[in-house]
Every structure is written in structure tokens, then in C-alpha cells.
Design a protein around this ligand. Structure first.
Ligand code: UDP
Ligand code: MG
Length: 315
């Protein structure tokens, strides 16, 4: 059995060497063949040189290097496409995903689980981060059609058929948590305590997280559009009732001129609602625009993986 370990790397020069040493030490104990597939996501530091160096001394190491930073989603996709393994493990380069868990994953995989998910506890996280996460998942699970679980990230082992299924999903806006969940198959989850990032710093800024959240909602359903329709109907109902009343009053009492305040309130409120609705529609239109262009998810500048990329079925 061959297992591919896919590792997205963006500016990880400080830790990548140590990562490789730790992982190779760990897998030497395990009963399977391995390949380490590093995806350099357009790093601006020496990550790429270090990966070449690692590949030079360890034939199990492969790299795919992007022409620029395309984001972690694209890096994972590239990893899955280039992976040759009967199963694929996805893990971060920053050693927050303990390599010791690969063995446990293999056990669960051998028991017939297609997706083995490591769920991290939030011990040691900042309180604000824990709270926002909790709020985010409560909110998002009400909105999306797939089940998203806190602490469940991309650290997981996928069977070959799961990988192939994920590769069939060719959308441009990728939200892996949702995609993995959408694919389904037999899933096993086990918990682990997350390690604090040892070197470098998380590339996630608050803005990026916010955008990620919006992506999650919009790429997995059209409930915002539905909400817009209901809100529109509600407002129309209120407006109709109010107009009927105003007209009735005018007919009985005659027109009384003042009404400037009411008018202004109604106009601004409706304008605000319309802007939001337009924004919602715009989000979807924007997505359609990106999808129809069918641009590649990433561009490979250099790689030592030969003739393996699984081409996506064209439509
Ligand atoms: N990463 C990437 N491209 C990016 C940002 C991050 O490939 O644009 C990689 C990064 O090198 C790491 C993993 O994705 O291996 C997770 O990133 P990070 O540790 O910054 O995120 P967090 O652990 O805070 O979710
Ligand atoms: Mg990290």
C-alpha cells in the first residue's frame, strides 16, 4: 500500500526541514510505503529551495511549486491531483498536525473507513478565537446544507475513491471542509490536542477568516437568496397594508401635507434593504462569473512529479 502525504506550504522555511525529519521518523515505524508531496504555494522565502534540497536527499519527497500564491485550497487540490497513493493524508507543514497520528489514521483506514478525520480540541487557543469559532459553527450549520464540525479541518486521511470523488468536484471556489463533507463515504473521527504553532506565524488574518466564512455559506447553498425573497415578500406585505391605510385616511380626512419624516424613513429603509439584496445576488453572480471562466485553479512552475496529474473530467 502506498500512502501519499500532501503538505501545502506557504512561507514555511523555518520549519519545513524539521517537519520532514519528524514525519520520516514517524513513518519509518509504519507498515506501508510513503511519498511526501509538498506543494509550495508560491512562497516568497526559501521554502522552494529547501524542498528541492529535501527531494535531493530523500527519494520519497516530491514537490509541486506554484507560479504564485494561490491559497491553501488550491494547494490541497494540486496535492490530491498529483498524489499516486492508495490513500492520501493531508497535513499542515507547521507541525500543528502531529505526525504520530498517521499510524492511528492507518488503523482506522484499514478497518474500512474512507475518511479518517483528526478533530482538534481547542485547548491552548486564545479565548476570543475559541468563542468566534463556536459562534461561527453554530451560525454556519444553520445555513449550509452539509454538516460542518468545529475542530475538524483538513487533517485527515482519504481513501482513493474519496480522493477521486473530491477531484470530480471541479468548482473554482473551493471550500474543502464542505467538499469533504459533501462527498460522504464511511467516516471516522478521533480527537487530538492541538500543538501551538512552533515557528513562523499563521497566515490567517481576521479578514481572511471572515471571507472564508462567507465562502462557506455561499458555496454550499442558496439560502441567502431564499431569505432575500422572503424578506422582500414581508416588506411588500407591510407596504401594501400601510398604503391601504394611508389612502383610506386621505379619502376620509383629505390629504394632510406633512409626511416628510415617514417618507424619508421608508425610502432609506427600503434602499438599505435593496442594497443588501443586490449584494447577495451580486455574490452569486460573481461566483458564476468565476466558474464560467473555467480558469485553472493553480499554475505549476516547477515539479519533480512526472506524468501523474489526474485530469479533471471535462464538461
Ligand atoms: N498555506 C498555504 N497557502 C496559504 C496559506 C497557508 O499553502 O496561502 C499552508 C501553510 O503553509 C500551512 C497550512 O496551509 O501548511 C495551514 O496554514 P496556517 O498554519 O497558516 O493556518 P492555521 O493553522 O492557522 O489554520
Ligand atoms: Mg497552522
Amino acid at each position: 500500500m502506498l500512502i501519499s502525504i500532501v503538505v501545502p506550504c506557504f512561507n514555511e522555511e523555518e520549519i519545513i526541514g524539521r517537519f520532514h525529519d519528524q514525519v520520516t521518523k514517524e513513518i519509518s515505524r509504519l507498515d506501508a510505503e510513503f511519498e511526501l508531496l509538498y506543494v509550495d504555494d508560491g512562497s516568497k522565502d526559501r521554502t522552494f529551495e529547501l524542498l528541492q534540497e529535501i527531494a535531493g536527499r530523500d527519494p520519497r519527497a516530491r514537490y509541486v511549486s506554484f507560479s504564485r500564491n494561490f491559497g491553501k485550497e488550491a494547494a490541497m487540490l494540486a496535492g490530491l491531483r498529483h498524489a499516486a497513493g492508495d490513500a492520501v493524508v493531508i497535513m499542515d507543514a507547521d507541525l500543528q498536525h502531529p505526525p504520530e497520528l498517521i499510524g492511528r489514521m492507518m488503523e482506522l483506514h484499514a478497518q474500512g473507513h474512507d475518511q479518517v478525520i483528526a478533530q482538534r480540541t481547542r485547548k491552548g487557543d486564545r479565548v476570543t478565537r475559541t468563542l468566534t469559532a463556536r459562534l461561527y459553527y453554530r451560525l454556519i450549520n444553520r445555513l449550509v446544507d452539509v454538516e460542518l464540525v468545529d475542530g475538524v479541518g483538513d487533517f485527515r486521511m482519504l481513501s482513493r475513491r474519496t480522493v477521486d470523488a473530491v477531484l470530480e468536484l471541479t468548482e473554482y471556489n473551493r471550500f474543502s471542509k464542505g467538499l469533504f463533507s459533501w462527498v460522504g463515504f464511511r467516516t471516522a473521527t478521533f480527537g487530538y490536542e492541538n500543538a501551538v504553532r512552533e515557528q513562523g506565524r499563521s497566515a490567517w488574518t481576521f479578514g481572511k477568516l471572515l471571507n472564508y466564512g462567507l465562502d462557506g455559506v455561499i458555496s454550499f447553498n442558496n439560502k441567502p437568496l431564499r431569505a432575500a425573497v422572503y424578506l422582500g415578500m414581508l416588506l411588500l406585505g407591510i407596504a401594501t397594508a400601510y398604503s391601504a391605510w394611508i389612502v383610506g385616511v386621505a379619502m376620509v380626512n383629505g390629504v394632510d401635507t406633512p409626511g416628510y419624516v415617514t417618507l424619508l424613513v421608508v425610502v432609506t429603509a427600503l434602499a438599505g434593504v435593496q442594497m443588501v439584496m443586490l449584494g447577495v445576488v451580486g455574490e452569486y453572480v460573481g461566483r458564476i462569473y468565476y466558474e464560467v471562466k473555467r480558469r485553472p485553479h493553480f499554475l505549476v512552475e516547477a515539479t519533480n512529479v512526472t506524468g501523474r496529474e489526474r485530469t479533471v473530467p471535462s464538461q
